[in-house]
Design a protein around this ligand. Structure first.
Ligand SMILES: NC(=O)c1ccc[n+]([C@@H]2O[C@H](COP(=O)([O-])OP(=O)(O)OC[C@H]3O[C@@H](n4cnc5c(N)ncnc54)[C@H](O)[C@@H]3O)[C@@H](O)[C@H]2O)c1
Ligand SMILES: O=C(O)CC[C@@H](O)C(=O)O
Length: 527
């Protein structure tokens, strides 16, 4: 088997390349390329490992014909076009915890730096000015920290601030009252936080809700003398308004690690008294960079070599132990999805995926993803488990997952039911020997068939001589039958025939088969 190929396109701790190689991937480290150079190269790779410099745009993804996974050694994925990656079936992963402590520490460091104006005091001292009277700072003890965003980093900042004997007021719409108590913070709305805080630190992603959360209007609601620290994302603070408020003295100090435009080579804020900044260094410690590099390489290599999924932003997680167990179920699920997709006559609006027996003990999301991938392949060849749920949503398909605890006829069963204009139609399958997918029910008729390669599906009235006639027709047209699977509702009732054939059955043969006496439906299938 050829090894998966991975490109590391941003500066990353060398442990990442070592882990990729140790885990069976070929790896190239090529950093600092232009988008055009990356577009020319990316078609050769299964995985792309990045930090924040590489911008994974639609254009880069369009050239990434082999790409299966993008791994961000860090938290923010705003440099990746996730909808475009999802639409293309590329998994996007990040490392949500590896640099949290480091970034929280940077926020605290900047808070002290603005409280005591350390950078400017340092610069003037080293310039020989000994400015002993020029830098009157403030204590943080007893002061109120307003925390905007109380997720991973925000919670660490809160814990450190409480350790510094500060009071912490937090604004985060997703912070539950219980979690606020557990963290030892006061949950507040934004206006209350703005009115109470002596220091404000920001720890949210940049979204349409958080963009300019410290707008001119909101900055005006802050206490006079407030100090502001942003170590999260540029764009959370209105930089022009911040400059005016620093100039007027309403804001006593501000520290930005992140800017609306990066790299920030110029800014009206540069040179403003009591303004300090760092060039997006929040995650830049040896410890954090080793953590995120190891983690991203392990996650990506595991995905590429075993199918295990960790910390994906556009796909459910799947552990390395689960992945091999789920593999035969996913194969069965995809075949069942494909069968209903190929047999559906009209636009499907609803699909139910039921699992029972051993299948009910497994993570249902990959099974659902595989059914949808099989179903959607009828419409698009580029569909896979990652983009299938998105495509299904886009098409307005109502997807239900149902888990049964009951004991059925089979040790494990997956049933897929679609709602059509002719009513609900369902197919069901099991695994023989825990590994071989088998269809066991087709539209209410018991059958037993492997869904594999080219097949022919026929519904007819059960009558003597039919099997002979169909065999003769195929034989006369040079089509060899591999397997023959027959089921019927009752003797003389509706019968279904699933044939595997050595080569595809073409239109004229299908048309002749449709004209055979008693035949209701004929269709060529491919799996
Ligand atoms: N400067 C750096 O180098 C650096 C390093 C790591 C992370 N970051 C950034 O720090 C930020 C926080 O990271 P994290 O790991 O804590 O993320 P997280 O997802 O754990 O936490 C984000 C929090 O923001 C909250 N939130 C979302 N919308 C909000 C809103 N409208 N108002 C208030 N709160 C809102 C969420 O509920 C969540 O609790 C991210 O933007 C990340 O990219 C920056
Ligand atoms: O990689 C970096 O240095 C920045 C990382 C940081 O912005 C993140 O979101 O994890």
């Amino acid at each position: 088997m050829t090894k998966p190929r991975v490109l590391i396109s941003d500066k990353m701790d060398p442990n990442a390349a070592r882990i990729f190689a140790d885990m069976g991937c070929d790896v190239d480290v090529i950093t600092g390329e232009t988008p055009e150079q990356l577009i020319a190269r990316i078609g050769d790779y299964d995985g792309l490992a990045i930090r924040s410099s590489t911008k994974v745009t639609k254009e880069i993804l369009a050239a990434a014909t082999r790409l299966k996974v993008i791994g961000r050694a860090g938290i923010g994925v705003d440099n990746v076009d996730i909808p475009a990656a999802s639409a293309q079936g590329v998994v996007v992963m990040n490392t949500p915890f590896g640099n949290s402590i480091t970034t929280a520490e940077h926020a605290i460091a900047l808070m002290f730096a603005v409280a005591r104006q350390i950078p400017e005091a340092n610069a003037q001292t080293q310039a020989g000015l000994w400015p002993k009277n020029g830098f009157m700072g403030v204590e943080v003890t007893g002061k109120t920290l307003g925390l905007i965003g109380a997720g991973n980093i925000g919670s660490i900042v809160a814990a450190r601030a409480l350790g510094l004997r500060m009071k912490v007021v937090a604004f985060d719409p997703f912070l539950t009252p219980e979690r606020a108590v557990e963290m030892g913070v006061e949950k507040a709305d934004l206006d209350t936080l703005l009115a109470k805080a002596d220091f404000i630190t920001l720890h949210t992603p940049l979204t349409s809700e958080t963009k300019n959360i410290l707008s001119r209007e909101n900055l005006a609601k802050t206490k006079k003398g407030v100090r502001i620290v942003n170590c999260a994302r540029g764009g959370l603070v209105d930089e022009a308004a911040l400059k005016d408020m620093l100039d007027s003295g309403h804001v006593a100090g501000a520290a930005l690690d992140v800017f609306a435009t990066e790299p920030a080579k110029e800014s009206p804020l540069f040179g403003t008294p009591n303004f300090i900044c760092t060039p997006h260094l929040g995650a830049s410690t040896t410890e954090a960079q080793v953590n995120v590099a190891l983690q991203v390489a392990e996650q990506m290599a595991e995905f590429l070599t075993t199918g295990g999924v960790t910390n994906a932003l556009n796909m459910p997680s799947l552990s390395a132990e689960e992945a091999p167990k789920l593999k035969p179920y996913m194969a069965l699920a995809e075949k069942l999805g494909s069968l209903v997709g190929q047999l559906a006559h009209d636009n499907l609006t609803k699909i139910a995926i039921e699992v029972e027996g051993a299948a009910a003990q497994l993570n249902p999301k990959p099974i659902t993803g595989a059914v949808l991938a099989g179903l959607m392949k009828v419409y698009s060849q580029t569909v896979n488990m990652v983009n299938a749920p998105f495509l299904a949503k886009e098409r307005g398909l109502d997807v239900r997952e149902i888990r049964h605890d009951r004991e059925g006829d089979y040790h494990t069963l997956i049933r897929v039911t679609v709602h059509t204009s002719q009513g609900d139609r369902s197919v069901a399958g099991t695994l023989f020997g825990n590994a071989q997918p088998r269809l066991v029910e087709l539209f209410g008729i018991k059958v037993e068939a492997e869904l594999d390669g080219d097949m022919m599906y026929i519904v007819n009235e059960d009558a003597p001589g039919f099997i002979g006639r169909i065999g003769t027709l195929l034989g006369e047209n040079g089509i060899n039958i591999g397997t023959f699977n027959l089921g019927r509702r009752e003797a003389g009732g509706e019968a279904v025939l699933l044939l595997s054939v050595d080569n595809p059955v073409e239109g004229p043969v299908l048309d002749t088969a449709r004209k055979l006496p008693g035949v209701k439906t004929v269709k060529a299938l491919a799996f």
